[in-house]
Write a protein that binds this ligand. Sequence first.
Ligand code: TGC
Ligand code: FAD
Length: 387
Amino acid sequence: MSSVNPLDFYDVRGQLSEDEQMVQDTVARFTDEKVLPVIRECFEEHRFPAELVPEIAALGLLGSSLEGYGCAALNGVSYGLICQELERGDSGIRSFVSVQSSLVMWPIHAYGSEEQKQRWLPALAAGEAIGCFGLTEPHGGSDPGNMKTHAKRDGDDWVINGAKMWITNGSIADVAVVWATTDEGLRGFLVEKGTPGFEAPEIHRKFSLRASVTSSLFFDNVRVPQDNMLPGVLGLKGPLNCLTQARYGITWGAIGAAQACLRESVDYANDRELFNRPVSHTQTVQRRLADMARRITTAQLLSLQLGRLKDAGAMKPAQVSLAKWNNVRMALDVARDARDILGGAGISAEYCPIRHMLNLESVITYEGTETIHELVVGRELTGVNAF
Ligand code: TGC
Ligand code: FAD
């Protein structure tokens, strides 16, 4: 039998420290024991499994890279492995952790006042509070520089008007990190659930990320005190820096989804007998499986190197764009191919490829569409902004 691990062809695990391996094993066990048994039903019922949040928090997976405030202070590679193992279960679970960690806790930690950090970070790390990140607006998410939501100073308060769309965790969030234009430039605000004029209705009828909550946010003269403004950043680089953290995690997460699809394809092709032999004994199917392994392997090596750069403080946004583009495209192609290798069974939720495939249609769109990331790399190569 083969001496290589089909899901880790180049032994990326051998490059991990003992601590990193322990993180991977812990999250893998959680996915196998807690996520996989419920996720198919959650996807079918369009339900986020909120009952898993306390355990996700107890494992230290929320804000895992942050220091202090009850956070685990793990390195960037460990955060990547967390995303990979969670998304092997479902992109919706990884999404929950990405948003809470990279898009809510990270900006409060990086840009918040000490009072804001004390108020929110321990509760968010413990899963006692949930957060969401409101950047995208209904008229076009790719160009957040053209933001319409605005906040106007009124004495010691700010008054926010506008709307956000496609916001993960929106309806279940206790606090929303909301980006709005002001007379001074773009600013971030913490808007608490229940603030008069603030509504967060859920978006229904999704065919993707069905095990995740996605919402609109509406702000009708929402009054928040000056103390709820994030003092540490002004301008579009504020939210874009958060996206760099989350996109990095997604590069790893996509690998997990693809690994689940490859595993299912190999098992199915070994079992399925056609023309008096397992379909895995045909050259065509072997080439397709080999191609999946090739693409997963290159994505793994990309994310590992990106993680090492991140941990050395040397990771650049354009490098994250290249990996987000490559790895999510890889995972979506692998999921579609896996769906086909399973034939008719591939359209059934009994098997994971169709669920991953549908989820990855969101993953390739959110956190910057594939085109946006191609154009970021193009701009890096030419120096010309072609957006
Ligand atoms: P541009 O002029 O390029 O930049 C404005 C300022 O931002 C800085 N910057 C970045 N900083 C950190 N990380 C990055 N990736 C950055 N990219 C740019 C830049 O240096 C500049 O700083 P300064 O100091 O000079 O002012 O801005 P632009 O308007 O030309 O836009 C560039 C573009 C198109 C790349 C950007 O708008 C973009 O990334 N658009 C895509 C928007 C997006 O990704 N939205 C995601 C919403 S959140 C989400 O989808 C969550 S899903 C989560 C889940 O469920 O898992
Ligand atoms: P548009 O920006 O309208 O893009 C439409 C098309 O135009 C795309 O194909 C795009 O690639 C293309 N395009 C754009 N610009 C150019 C160009 N210059 N040249 C050529 N083509 C171009 N946002 C948040 O703020 N917070 C969240 O928590 C969040 N969660 C999400 C969860 C889900 C399930 C989904 C689907 C989205 C989520 N988003 C979130 C929004 C997501 O970030 C946006 O959908 C994404 O940024 C794209 O914006 P858009 O949907 O408005 O598409």
